[in-house]
Design a protein around this ligand. Structure first.
Ligand code: GUN
Length: 285
């Protein structure tokens, strides 16, 4: 039987440490605060930002919750970011993605002061991360690395296959894994990859971040591989109370071939939030 990697439990442990740091900052008169900006009413995004805000409060931090209508203009959002950049009470700025189609995400992300870019999405933050310079680490990739460390899974010399090339997960995670400290050999698979199975079957550590429900099937997983599922997909399910259920990018049957795997929910998701909180407390300190 595979070991289930419990991100929920590890997330709680990490957040306890963050709370202590936050309380120490409060004693010095600094109240760590993250501005959380949501444009529109996408139910999944709303649920994510609510979870982030709840976690901030539980860790003795504050959030400035900003909810804007879907028809907010790019200019209005840029003005808001400029104001938040100047606001000394705000240590971090998070603009939940995706943004409505009429807003250019790149323009918005680039407007955030890199010192407050706790998501590590700004081109300067990404550049610093790739070059191994000081700065925030991206939350989901950092969360995956922390999970691997917690379960003593060696990355040095391991063959890691990342399925997905997003700016949020695939690209930064591959970059971090090739750092000397992790020393992994990394392959990134994407929609243009030919014969994907030939790649995934070689993976000692297979990371699914494709955003496609149950994309990784049992025949794509090497026996005994570590399988990390970054996907959180809502799929319609009339039998479920809410009319949908959450599922990952890995078919649960594939997890049975693994030596370790992350559940969805309760695997990578809570780690993303813990790493976000860590960046906020660092930004404030
Ligand atoms: N959308 C999906 N994941 C994320 C994230 O980690 N940060 C932000 N800002 N938006 C997201």
């Amino acid at each position: 039987m595979a070991v289930i990697m419990n991100g929920k439990e590890l997330g709680v442990k990490i957040r306890e440490g963050i709370k202590i740091k936050s309380e120490t900052l409060r004693k010095k008169g600094i109240i760590p605060c993250l501005a959380v900006v949501l444009v529109g009413e996408d139910p999944a995004s709303l649920s994510y930002v609510n979870s982030k805000e709840k976690a901030l409060h539980e860790a003795s931090m504050e959030s400035r919750d900003i909810r804007l209508p879907a028809n907010t203009s790019e200019a209005e959002l840029l003005t808001l970011i400029t104001d938040l950049n100047k606001d000394d009470k705000i240590h971090g700025i998070l603009v939940q993605l995706p943004l409505p189609k009429h807003i250019n995400e790149e323009n918005i992300i680039s407007a955030i002061d890199p010192k407050k870019d706790v998501d590590c999405f700004h081109p300067v933050s990404v550049g610093n991360m790739v070059l191994g310079k000081k700065g925030f680490l991206p939350c989901t990739p950092h969360g995956v690395l922390m999970l691997l460390k917690e379960y003593n899974i060696p990355t040095a010399g391991a063959k890691v296959v990342v399925v997905g090339r997003s700016n949020i997960v695939g690209k930064p995670l591959a970059n971090l894994l090739i750092r000397k400290e992790y020393n992994a050999t990394v392959t990134i698979c994407h929609t243009g990859t030919k014969d994907m199975v030939s790649h995934t079957l070689q993976a000692d550590i297979l990371i699914a971040a494709a955003g496609v429900p149950e994309f990784i099937k049992p025949e794509m997983v090497k026996d005994g591989a570590v399988v990390i599922d970054v996907g959180i997909n809502r799929v319609n399910d009339t039998a479920a109370k809410k009319g949908y259920r959450l599922c990952g990018d890995v078919d649960p049957a594939a997890a049975e071939k693994a030596s370790f795997f992350t559940p969805v929910p309760g695997g990578v998701g809570p780690m993303t939030i813990a790493m976000l909180l860590q960046n906020v407390v660092e930004a404030a300190g």
